[in-house]
Design a protein around this ligand. Structure first.
Ligand code: GLN
Length: 454
């Protein structure tokens, strides 16, 4: 620590930037809390005490994480005035490591979306070109990192919501292996694919934040214990001998010509380093998208059924209890969220569930099996993050189906529960690196290799 700047100055500088809300990334500014914590870090430094790696580092939190005493709105009208009664495990671990939360960040309401336009706080603007969308659903988080308003941010990724906005704003974004980080205190969207994910400007920052948040948690039975990833273990890529990519992702008619040629050029650069590259078969994009949306809608319909104005949220009284539920939910949920609740309840209902929901579950098993076979043949899989570059603000809201199809390259890895990282190289919206389950270390290792290769 060379004491060039005090922690309080650093925090104040970032808070001042966030206060302007230039890109509509801010739902709540955590001014008092941040300054209070920064003062404590400065006092520790003044006393000559050693401080940890994350101590005093300002970060942002997607507005779907509980942080006791702060508003947690999920960017929805329903929870506009809801204050967290407790703190999410992942966030608590960062607080314990001394990191300083500055802001609850704008996102698509309940994680429903790919553009961060589905929010009561106004569409998030892209960090590179503010006429374009910030990406979603963790758009506010990716933009804050890209603009240096936060040093890192914690997004949530159910079907691509960390990786896609990271790609749209040219920063790193990791969806770890499902279960590596506790979901306790993350507002549930689709519980079987929800992941806590860090967004940052370097592989090293991703590694540090991932290590701080990982681990078994008694409050989330899907978590598992994982070993710390050490810097020295990811700095040399000699163990990576084979890379795969999905032929049909690149041959698809939906891919932008430039994204395609940039992707193929990256593959050539990797080959030139002596790595073997294999083209792999995979499920068609529309099968992946429909499987993901069938299951995600079913799970979100079930998870959001608790939001009826009784225990939480903006209750609107009507004549009868049933009408109260109906009015509260129909007035306070967005069109997109309602579309998903209706769709989800439909696929779960008698007469449809065998035909649709169970078929979705069976397909998911097939997708996982496909991945297992792939990872017997290759060490990592490389994909574009998105078929296209970010749309203009306002354009994608007109066509929900087109919006769902834009998730073609991210959702498969969510269904497989695989570790997948967006790196800001290779194509205009970056590249995704995936590895077998629990192999998050390999993903970071390959990211370091790519940084020096393409
Ligand atoms: N765009 C995808 C969806 O709307 C993914 C969202 C997410 O990962 N939260 O479901």
């Amino acid at each position: 620590m060379n004491k060039e700047i005090t922690c309080t100055d650093l925090v104040q500088e970032k808070l001042a930037l966030l206060k302007q809300n230039t890109h509509q990334t801010v739902n709540t500014l955590l001014n008092d809390l941040a300054i209070d914590l920064a003062t404590k870090v400065d006092a520790k430094i003044a006393k000559g005490e050693t401080i940890g790696l994350l101590e005093g580092i300002p970060f942002g939190i997607k507005d779907v994480y509980m942080l006791q005493g702060t508003y947690t709105t999920a960017s929805s009208a329903l929870l506009k005035k809801y204050k967290s009664a407790y703190t999410a495990t992942a966030i608590q671990k960062l607080l314990d490591a001394g990191a300083i939360p500055l802001v609850k960040e704008n996102c698509d309401s309940f994680g429903h979306g790919s553009s961060s336009e589905n929010t009561i706080f106004g569409a998030v603007k892209n960090a590179i070109n503010p006429e374009l969308v910030g990406g979603g659903s963790s758009g506010g988080s990716a933009v804050n990192v890209a603009k240096d308003y936060t040093v890192f941010s914690i997004g949530g990724d159910t079907g691509g919501s960390v990786r896609q906005p990271a790609g749209y704003n040219c920063v790193y974004g990791l969806k770890p292996t499902y279960g590596r980080i506790s979901r306790f205190g993350l507002m549930a969207y689709a519980s079987s694919t929800d992941c806590v994910g860090p967004i940052a400007k370097s592989v090293e920052d991703i590694r540090i934040v991932l290590n701080a948040m990982s681990g078994k948690d008694n409050k989330d039975q899907t978590t598992y214990a994982s070993a710390e990833i050490e810097n020295k273990n990811i700095s040399n890529s000699e163990s990576i001998k084979t890379v795969g990519y999905f032929k049909n992702f690149i041959d698809s008619e939906a891919i932008d010509a430039q994204v395609k040629s940039d992707f193929l050029a990256s593959i050539e650069k990797i080959k030139a380093k002596g790595i073997e590259v294999k083209a792999l078969d995979f499920f068609k994009s529309d099968t992946l998208v429909s499987t993901y949306y069938t299951l995600a809608m079913a799970e979100t319909a079930s998870n959001l059924s608790r939001l009826d104005g009784t225990n939480y949220g903006n209750r609107i009284e009507a004549e009868t209890l049933k009408e109260t539920y109906a009015v509260t939910r129909s007035e306070n949920f967005s069109e997109e969220t309602k579309r998903r609740i209706v769709g989800g309840n439909q696929v779960l209902s008698q007469g449809f569930s065998d035909e649709i929901y169970l078929k979705g579950l069976a397909l998911r098993d097939d997708i996982s099996e496909n991945f297992e076979n792939d990872f017997a043949a290759v060490d990592v899989i490389l994909s574009p993050v998105t078929p296209n570059t970010p749309p203009k603000i306002g354009d994608s809201l007109k066509d929900p189906l087109a919006m769902y199809l834009s998730d073609a390259y991210t959702v498969g890895f969510s269904l497989g529960q695989l570790p997948t990282l967006t790196v800001p190289q290779g194509t205009a919206t970056g590249l995704q690196i995936s590895a077998a389950k629990n192999n998050d270390e390999l993903v970071l290792k390959f990211a370091n290799f790519l940084k020096d290769t393409i």
